[in-house]
Write a protein that binds this ligand. Structure first.
Ligand code: PLP
Length: 358
């Protein structure tokens, strides 16, 4: 039977993971060269003097329940950034393989590839079609005729950062089908909670070359704990799990995530997502009316991509008012645009007043 691991780095397939100290919370630990005493101010359950559980089962089970999959399909790491890094390291041979990114998009895909020595092939999104995927260009370039740049990973981000749009499901399906046995489609759904779109997690069984990335940094308000995950086939999860550094997830992270994913925490997230979506639409309508604004792109995320007449002036005015917005002007095709995260009602009002004066 074919597996997506057929295109993984062959030199890593037999890699023995680091052999960490046995983890058994029922026994007293005189085997890992830890301190027997907790540090001052330690309010954690597990004790900060102890190494954390290497592959934290409670956290993995909580994420699996959240996303409706078996725990064996989830690989948790320090943000989805870590999953991106592991995928590139696990699939791309330095100087020989390539990743494909559909720009403008999240910058870490290209950075992780460059660190690994993989080539980055850019396929611009079609701005005139509301940043839709250029399906023909993706398939043409992923064809693999260039032996020095075999495309192993195709990164798709939906909803996309920084453009805010959802990519067309039928195109994602067609890409998965066409790239089967050839490249892994990595679908980053970091912002999906703010959209009305269904996750592709429920479709994973249909496409053996698809993995989905999710994060707790956005809708779940846990950016500070650094937790995200990859959801995919168990053999892929097992393979990438062997590349993770030992004890990757700190115990304060594990404890905070397990607490936050209890039913009350999840209910609170849903309320806040609704609040963000309502504020996003109010902010979008108000920005559209400002003389300084040329265009506000529709958004299925917690941010807005805004094209200004004079982006520099608006950014400086925001900074002077104590408000930071993201400068995305250097990204392909976004000459005069800024990315604005939806804040509280008060923050959004202050930004609107500032931009009105600018
Ligand atoms: C599209 C996208 N993917 C992934 C990430 C990284 O998320 P994490 O905090 O889980 O590493 C971000 C962060 O901004 C993002 O915008």
């Amino acid at each position: 039977m074919s597996s997506i691991l057929d295109i993984a780095r062959p030199d890593l397939l037999e890699l023995q993971a680091y052999s960490h100290a046995t983890w058994d919370s029922a026994l007293e630990r005189l085997h890992a060269n830890e301190s027997p005493w907790r540090p001052a101010g330690d309010a954690s359950v597990a004790g900060l003097n102890r190494y954390p559980e290497p592959h934290p089962r409670e956290l993995t089970a909580a994420l699996a329940a959240l996303y409706g999959v078996q725990p064996g399909c989830v690989l948790a790491g320090r943000g989805s950034d870590e999953a991106i890094d592991l995928l590139v390291r696990g699939f791309c041979r330095a100087g020989r393989d390539a990743v494909m990114v559909c720009t403008p998009t999240f910058g870490m895909y290209a950075v992780a590839a460059q660190i690994q020595g993989a080539r980055v092939i850019e396929v611009p999104l079609l701005q005139e079609q509301d940043f839709a995927l250029d399906e023909n260009a993706i398939l043409g370039l992923a064809d693999g005729e260039d032996p020095t740049a075999r495309v192993k990973l195709v990164f798709l981000c939906s909803p996309n950062n920084p453009t805010g749009n959802v990519l067309q499901s039928v195109v994602i399906e067609r890409l998965c089908t066409a790239l089967r046995g050839h490249a892994l489609v990595v679908l980053d759904e970091a912002y999906i909670e703010f959209s009305a779109t269904d996750s592709f997690i429920s479709r994973l069984a249909e496409f053996d070359n698809l993995v989905v990335l999710r994060t707790l940094s956005k809708a779940f308000a846990l950016a500070g704990v650094r937790c995200g995950c990859l959801v995919g086939a168990p053999d892929l999860v097992e393979f990438l799990g062997r590349l993770l550094p030992p004890y990757a997830l700190p115990s304060p992270t594990v404890e905070a995530v397990v607490r936050a994913l209890k039913p009350a925490g999840c209910a609170e997230v849903q309320l806040r997502v609704r609040l963000v979506v309502a504020e996003r639409e109010r902010l979008r309508a108000a920005l559209t009316r400002l003389p300084a604004v040329r265009k506000v792109w529709p958004s299925a995320t917690n941010f807005l991509l805004v094209q200004f007449k004079d982006a520099e002036r608006c950014m400086q005015a925001s900074i002077a008012a104590g408000l930071l917005v993201r400068d995305v002007r250097r990204q392909r095709g976004l000459g005069d645009a800024l990315r604005i995260t939806v804040g509280t009602e008060d923050q959004n009002n202050r930004l609107l007043q500032t931009l009105e004066r600018a």
